[in-house]
Ligand binder design. Sequence first.
Ligand SMILES: Cc1cc2nc3c(=O)[nH]c(=O)nc-3n(C[C@H](O)[C@H](O)[C@H](O)COP(=O)(O)O)c2cc1C
Length: 227
Amino acid sequence: MKIVVINGQAHKGTTHHIAHMLTDALGGEVTEFFLPRDFGAFCIGCAQCIHKDEALCPHAEALAPITAAMDAADVLIFASPVYVYHVTGQMKAFLDHYGWRWIIHRPEPAMFKKQAVVLTTAAGAGMKSAIKDVRDSLFFWGVGRVYTFGIATHADRYTHMTEKKRRQTERAVSKIAAKIKGTEGRVKPALKTRLFFRFYRRVILPHMQASDQTYWAKTGLDRCVPW
Ligand SMILES: Cc1cc2nc3c(=O)[nH]c(=O)nc-3n(C[C@H](O)[C@H](O)[C@H](O)COP(=O)(O)O)c2cc1C
């Protein structure tokens, strides 16, 4: 099992600790990226990626190794602490660079068979909105299965969390790991994704820009489903 972890922070705190609990439970080959260390650019709004070609993004070269690793992975883990009720700015800036990959433009067919996990930790609150920040992108990327876990730690590090909270975290992590392992190799996207894909293809795609239509034709997405 190939796993890619996108850390929305560059330090190894509670969030990273929990992400590692999950990769340990999963086993397999793990590739990790830390933001902004491994990618820290902000989208400049040229929209060349969306309208023409992602290779025209001024940050394309820096993004390419992360995109390649994610495309080759079976499982994607997005881990971010909650900063002011949302994911970190660097995680958001990273996701901004993939607007072109949304189903409404040029989705990667391999995404529909991947599983992903969104992990967040907060001191007290904001996990739900932070999870949604990533979950929205994963839905529009077409990721087959998405699991989430957020916890209010009430502590400044994992070992300072109460035993009850640590047990809760361990249980949630092993439950997600079991689900991922149980679904490995036979991922079918959720009904919402399948319906959205078909609706978009039939109703919206005929009205989209040429670059998107050409892509759907070239990849066969206009004729077949990628799951
Ligand atoms: C800039 C900043 C903003 C934060 N915003 C929130 C917040 O909105 N809600 C919250 O409960 N905790 C907030 N926190 C606390 C962290 O989310 C929390 O301590 C988290 O578990 C840290 O994870 P880490 O150890 O992986 O860095 C914030 C921390 C920082 C540094």
